[in-house]
Structures are given as structure tokens and as C-alpha cells.
Design a protein around this ligand. Structure first.
Ligand SMILES: Nc1ncnc2c1ncn2[C@@H]1O[C@H](COP(=O)(O)OP(=O)(O)O)[C@@H](O)[C@H]1O
Ligand SMILES: [Mg+2]
Length: 289
């Protein structure tokens, strides 16, 4: 019987999704797509949508940006799919922790993984106090976000006041992190299970080193220390396919985040192994158990 697999994604046409689908198809596995924002759940029949999956797994490549309420619903849809016996890679639990910068910080800290000092609160007045507590030079990040979008550095009190009060009016939560000088460079490591598969430097002309923000990638030889740290960070946030961001600070290596839907296009440009194939091999190994 022909094998069927599923990719959960907000954008089936996304080039990386298409590359991953081709890798599955090369192995004789047909691929269908599930778009979380389009879900219509009839609780009598929803399970039927997943009944023919063989092996019993789905690859999660995102659930789309949305307001918090919708994010909760979409995570719940993932829980429902797991309830039907489908193994999600990454799991709902992973996506819940790794997509949320607050929870990620807590898990990293609680497992003694070096990460910059961070204070989170709802109240704008308290947020401004925390700006001072963190030394008056902070990075303000949206709780759910990626590619550096919406991340701002605040190092001027009057400007910080302005930004914080304005965001307070919009009911934002304040995730404030001490600014750590990394000389405009960080390291991205792709982790699959207990293996750090590949990595790159991302070098920018300013503090924001996301490729999306214009940083350039460069080859890196991953040291044992980097590999160990990346794998441990991925594991503590229960993420099997992970993109771990690490900065080299004066105090040593620090993990700033773990991505549970890591891109691989930029990384692929500086390594020889076929990353999409590696990801699919890992996914199939995990769900075929
Ligand atoms: N505490 C920090 N100090 C200095 N630079 C930071 C800090 N946190 C993040 N950055 C920079 O901003 C980039 C984006 O931050 P990150 O937490 O990875 O969010 P995103 O999910 O948007 O990628 C990082 O790659 C890094 O270059
Ligand atoms: Mg990042």
C-alpha cells in the first residue's frame, strides 16, 4: 500500500515545504498538507482527516502568525491530532514551549543553560523599571515571533518610555532582555534529536543577526562545546528538530532561543550535506517506531 504523510504548514507553497515534500516523495511517500488556519473541526469526524496516515506521523512546519487566542486554538488542534495517535514532529509540547520566548527562557534557565537575563511583565510602568534594572540597554521582543521581526533595542530612557507606553496601550506583554554584546555575530545550529547536524555564523552590520534582516552566513566548524550546548538546549525545550541561536558573549556561550520550525535554506548554502533529506530521514525514523 502506498504510504501517506502530512505536512502541517500555513503555506503549502512555501519553498522549504516543497523541498521537504519532494524528499518524502523520493521515498515513495505521498504528501498532503494541513493548514491550521483553515481548520474546521466537526468533533464527530475530525479524526477521519488523519486516519489514512501511514506511518502515523506529521511534520509540523508552522501554524501561522496570529493573535494569541488563535495561537491557542491552533496549538489545541495539534493536541487533537496527537490525541488521534499521530506523532507530531515537533510535538505540540515542543511548539508550545519553543514558540513562546517566555517559556523558552524559563526552561533554559531552569536547566542551567546560559541565557541572557530576562524580565517579563504585563504592566508598562513596571516594564520601565525593568528597563532600568536590566541596565538601560535592553532588547524588547514579541513573545511569539521570528526572523527578528518586531525586535527592538532600547538604550535611551526617553525612547524606551515612549515605546513601552505605546505598546502598553496595545495590551502587549513586555519581554525585556539585557543587551549582550556579540559583535554583530551569532551562531545557528540545526539539531536533529541528539545530533547537532550543521551550523553557521550569521554576521550582520548591526546587532540583529537574522538572515531575514540582512545578515550573511559563513561557515563554522562546530566545536564539541557548541554541539553539546545546542543539543542540550533543544532537548530541554523538548524540540527534536531545532534551530538553536547561540551568541558568543564575554561571559561565554549563551543560548538566546530555540526555533521549533527552523529554516534550512541559508544553512544549506554553507554545508554539503542535504539538510532536507536529513530532516526527512530523521522525521521518518521518529514516526516509524
Ligand atoms: N539579548 C540580546 N542581546 C543582543 N542581541 C540579541 C539579543 N537577543 C537577540 N539578539 C539579536 O536579535 C536576533 C533575533 O533574536 P531572537 O531572540 O533569535 O528572535 P527571533 O525569533 O526573531 O529570531 C538574534 O539573532 C540576535 O542577533
Ligand atoms: Mg532567532
Amino acid at each position: 500500500m502506498k504510504k501517506n504523510s502530512m505536512i502541517i504548514t500555513p503555506k503549502p507553497n512555501d519553498p522549504e515545504v516543497q523541498i521537504l515534500a519532494k524528499e518524502l516523495e523520493k521515498k515513495g511517500i505521498s504528501v498532503e498538507y494541513f493548514v491550521p488556519a483553515e481548520t474546521i473541526v466537526d468533533i464527530d469526524t475530525f479524526w477521519e482527516r488523519f486516519d489514512h496516515l501511514d506511518p502515523r506521523g506529521a511534520l509540523v512546519r508552522g501554524f501561522g502568525a496570529a493573535a494569541t487566542q488563535k495561537i491557542f486554538f491552533r496549538l489545541d488542534v495539534l493536541s487533537a491530532i496527537e490525541e488521534f495517535g499521530i506523532t507530531l514532529i515537533n510535538s505540540r509540547e515542543s511548539l508550545e514551549i519553543a514558540s513562546d520566548k517566555f517559556l523558552t527562557s524559563i526552561f533554559l534557565k531552569n536547566h542551567k543553560i546560559p541565557t541572557p537575563r530576562t524580565i517579563i511583565c504585563e504592566d508598562a510602568v513596571k516594564a520601565l523599571d525593568n528597563f532600568d534594572i536590566l541596565g538601560g540597554d535592553v532588547i524588547l521582543k514579541p513573545l511569539y515571533g521570528s526572523k527578528g521581526i518586531g525586535i527592538t533595542r532600547l538604550n535611551d530612557k526617553a525612547f524606551a518610555e515612549n515605546v513601552i507606553y505605546t505598546l502598553g496601550e496595545l495590551n502587549e506583554i513586555f519581554y525585556l532582555q539585557e543587551f549582550v554584546n556579540h559583535y554583530n555575530r551569532d551562531i545557528r545550529v540545526l539539531v536533529l534529536g541528539d545530533e547537532a547536524v550543521a551550523g553557521m555564523y550569521r554576521i550582520a552590520d548591526n546587532w540583529k543577526t537574522n538572515i531575514y534582516a540582512g545578515a550573511k552566513m559563513e561557515k563554522i566548524k562546530l566545536t564539541k562545546e557548541l554541539k553539546r550546548l545546542a543539543v542540550k538546549a533543544a532537548q530541554v525545550v523538548k524540540t527534536e528538530i531545532a534551530g538553536v541561536d547561540i551568541i558568543e558573549s564575554e561571559k561565554g556561550l549563551q543560548v538566546i532561543e530555540v526555533n521549533s520550525i527552523p529554516g534550512f535554506t541559508a544553512l544549506q548554502k554553507v554545508v554539503n550535506t542535504n539538510l532536507a533529506e536529513k530532516i526527512i530521514d530523521f522525521f521518518l525514523k521518529k514516526i516509524s517506531k
